[in-house]
Design a protein around this ligand. Structure first.
Ligand SMILES: NC(=O)c1ccc[n+]([C@@H]2O[C@H](COP(=O)([O-])OP(=O)(O)OC[C@H]3O[C@@H](n4cnc5c(N)ncnc54)[C@H](OP(=O)(O)O)[C@@H]3O)[C@@H](O)[C@H]2O)c1
Length: 267
């Protein structure tokens, strides 16, 4: 009897996934999910120490040679608009250089990088502080869009998945600036999916997810959020990671907004 060929679970097999923000929280959970689907992952964030920690954590969880050679990473700071393009160019060169002389094309880019949340009332904001708070989450994805095609496989099998949040449709007080940039990310998916086609571009909108980012917020705020979530529970990174896996796997999904927010947007 011939071997059964699985159509769904092997879609990411042998693919190469570059994950910005892949060292913690949602991005680290996407790295784990991609590995389980047979992909190789390259995780990156601003701190080399966090990159090495994430690589070690993934290699401990997936403690076999079969996984180890599929896990790599390097640091790349996305927080300075002056250095952004140069830092990204270097990172793309490094990630795609591979272990041999052969160039390794990137199949999927996942972008979950985000610096600490600066929740500043609009009355205290300045043009400079506003622009500064959009560097990582808004400016970096655009420059990635500019540079990525040189390093990616040009195919509808390839994808870029960005991150926004439920705050675009259900903002909290004083989240105007953060929500505006996240709305910009949601908006750029249409232009990028046209400009980069056939590479697909989607956005995932998480709700309130239990990650290191959230750990820095007051317990009371988390309790208030919990009350409005229809699932009765704050989200888990490994669940939200499924939305990114979907975006990578559905070759018809482009320009899509994938919601994974526990019903927060309409309750
Ligand atoms: N958690 C939630 O409830 C939630 C809800 C909606 C949307 N989101 C959004 O989803 C994204 C991921 O959230 P998360 O909860 O997974 O956050 P997280 O746990 O804090 O992880 C953020 C990642 O971004 C990296 N990063 C921070 N500053 C960076 C910089 N300057 N350059 C490059 N990488 C940088 C961090 O590593 P380093 O510190 O090493 O740089 C880390 O890997 C964020 O944009 C967040 O705003 C989160």
């Amino acid at each position: 009897m011939s071997e059964i060929r699985f159509k769904s679970i092997n879609k990411l097999n042998d693919s190469f996934v570059l994950i910005f923000g892949g060292t913690k929280g949602i991005g680290l959970a996407v790295a784990a999910a991609a590995l389980e689907h047979g992909a190789s992952v390259f995780v990156t964030s601003s701190q080399e120490e966090n990159v090495q920690h994430a690589i070690k954590e993934l290699r401990t969880t997936y403690h076999s040679e079969e996984f180890h050679h599929r896990i790599s990473g390097a640091s790349c700071d996305l927080g300075s608009s002056d250095q952004l393009e140069e830092n990204l160019r270097k990172l793309f060169e490094l990630a795609s250089s591979g272990s041999t002389n052969q160039r390794r094309l990137i199949d999927h880019i996942v972008f979950t990088a985000g610096d600490s949340l600066k929740v500043v009332p609009l009355s205290d904001s300045t043009p400079a502080s506003i622009l500064n708070s959009g560097t990582v989450r808004f400016l970096a994805p655009l420059i990635i869009g500019k540079l990525a095609t040189k390093y990616m496989r040009i195919s509808n099998r390839s994808s870029i998945t960005l991150t926004s949040g439920s705050m675009t449709r259900r903002p909290e007080h004083d989240w105007t600036v953060l929500a505006a940039f996240a709305s910009g990310t949601e908006g750029m998916r249409f232009g990028l999916s046209k400009d980069l086609a056939p590479i697909r571009v989607n956005v995932v909108a998480p709700g309130v997810v239990q990650t290191p980012l959230l750990a820095r917020l007051p317990e009371q705020a988390k309790e208030e959020w919990r009350k409005v979530l229809l699932t009765g529970e704050l989200g888990w990174p490994e669940d939200v990671a499924e939305a990114y896996v979907y975006s990578m796997k559905d070759r018809s999904a482009t320009g899509a907004l994938v919601d994974s927010s526990d019903g927060r947007i309409f309750n």
